[in-house]
Each structure stands twice: as C-alpha cells, then as structure tokens.
Design a protein around this ligand. Structure first.
Ligand code: AP5
Length: 224
C-alpha cells in the first residue's frame, strides 16, 4: 500500500506512521527525519536545509522533491509518507512521478488537531537521537526520565520545538500545506481523522480505516 498521512506539526504524523509501518509492513518515509539525518551527516543538502528548518519555514521544493522521489523509488513495494507532500507543487510532482511509474496513492489520511494541542505536544516532545523513538514529557514519558527506553541514549529536544518556532510552523502549515488537503480532495478520497485524543484511541481509528483495504491487497483505492 501507498499511504499519505497529512496533518499540522504535532498532529501525530510521526507517531502514527511508525505504527502504520509496523502493522502493515510498510516503509516509513519521513521528510523531516531524512532532512535531520542529512544535517547530522553534514551533507550539502543538510547544510542547505538547516536555516529553513530552524526558522520553521519550508525547505525549497526542488531540494525536497529530488530527495523524496528518490526515497519513494527505493520503497516502491509499499510506504507511508510523513511530511511530504507539503506544498501543492510537491503534491503535483508526486502525482506525476507516480503516474509515470504506473502507480498512485492508495489512501490519504488527514490528522486534524487543535492549535492549542499542537503547541503543548510539540514543546513537550523529546526524541532519541540514536533510534528516532519519540516521547512526550507528559503524554508518553520514557520509563526513566530523559532516557530512551530502547537503547538508553539521553533524549533531546528538537531545535525547532520551541513555542516561538512552533507558532511559525503552524502559520506555514496553514499558508502552504493546508491547500494540499484541498488539492487531494479534488481527485481522491481523503479520510479526516480527529487526532486530538489519546494516541492509542487515534491509532485504533486509523487501523479501522486501513485494515479493510490492506486485507484486499494491491490496487489503487484512493482515486475518486
Ligand atoms: P517535520 O519533522 O515533518 O515536522 P512537522 O510536520 O512539523 O511535524 P512534527 O514532526 O513536528 O510532528 P508530528 O505530526 O510528526 O507529531 P509527532 O508524532 O512527533 O519537519 C520539520 C521541518 O523540516 C519543517 O519545518 C521543514 O523546515 C522541513 N520539511 C520537512 N518536510 C518538508 C517538505 N516536504 N517540504 C519542505 N520542508 C520540509 O507528535 C508530537 C508530540 O506529541 C510527540 O511528543 C508525541 O509523543 C506526542 N503525541 C502524538 N500524538 C499524540 C496523541 N494522540 N496524544 C498525546 N500525545 C501525542
């Protein structure tokens, strides 16, 4: 299956994409995670992306499109996209690239969450720089404070997770990324999901939507 998970910063895209990938045997392709790895590796792409990310702005489309279409090609058997596409242009280029491969998106899930919830979730998020596991100081704390449950690595806060930057990321989302939802609605079925609740409850709702098409097997299901 090829699934796109849309949603504002802090909607739970990363949290739920990991669960979806585990349950359905898909590759989790997160544009944010790939960019952070490029930064950590000191690559040219990472250096170019750094200032945009720290300011809560979008990295230019040409850099992102090349990076993500390459990753998608390698995961052609099935993936869940997290953080991409994030502009109408990115969505358009993705559609064209998939059409050229004779494939398309099977399912689009749109996580909807209130702005106040976003700020609380993002400022409380901590993650493991080693394995990428994501925690929250109140909602999903690690067993031992500030240490990853999986590998014992000290947890870190992302530099773009301050309240000031989060508010800018939200503005960027409404201006540049929300139109992607309307772009998809014009030609695809988009499943809106209330993502304000507890993560396990949200995951159950997602699984109820994805289980039936996943059981049916390959085929394009997302087109209207
Ligand atoms: P990216 O890493 O994609 O950030 P984002 O979209 O802002 O999303 P987040 O990772 O902040 O949130 P999330 O929805 O994954 O939430 P999470 O599951 O972690 O992008 C970062 C930057 O990279 C961008 O600003 C941009 O500069 C650049 N970039 C990336 N893609 C790009 C693109 N396509 N084009 C251009 N630039 C791009 O959850 C958040 C917290 O809440 C966690 O602590 C979690 O434990 C907790 N939580 C989650 N769900 C729940 C729940 N239901 N209940 C309680 N707590 C919960």
């Amino acid at each position: 299956m090829r699934i796109v998970l849309l949603g504002a910063p802090g909607a739970g895209k990363g949290t739920h994409c990991k669960r979806i990938a585990d349950r359905y045997g898909l590759v989790h392709l997160s544009s944010g995670d790939i960019l952070r790895r490029e930064r950590a590796g000191g690559t040219e792409l990472g250096k170019k992306a750094q200032s945009y990310m720290d300011a809560g702005a979008l990295v230019p489309d040409d850099l992102i499109v090349e990076m993500m279409t390459g990753a998608i090609r390698q995961a052609a058997a099935g993936y869940v996209l997290d953080g991409f596409p994030r502009t109408v242009n990115q969505a358009d280029v993705l559609d064209q690239a998939l059409a050229a491969q004779g494939t398309g998106i099977d399912m689009i899930l749109n996580l909807r969450v209130d702005d106040s919830v976003v700020v609380e979730r993002i400022t409380g998020r901590r993650s493991c720089p080693q394995c990428g596991a994501v925690y929250h100081v109140k909602n999903m704390p690690p067993k031992v404070a500030d240490v990853c449950d999986r590998d014992g690595t000290p947890l870190v806060q992302r530099p773009d997770d301050t309240e000031e930057v989060v508010r800018h990321r939200l503005e960027t989302y409404y201006r540049q990324t929300e139109p992607v939802v309307d772009y998809y609605r014009a030609g695809h079925a988009v499943d809106d999901i209330d993502a304000n609740g507890d993560a396990d409850v949200v995951a159950e709702v997602i699984f109820r939507r994805v289980d039936p098409p996943a059981k049916k097997g390959p085929g394009r299901r997302g087109k209207k």
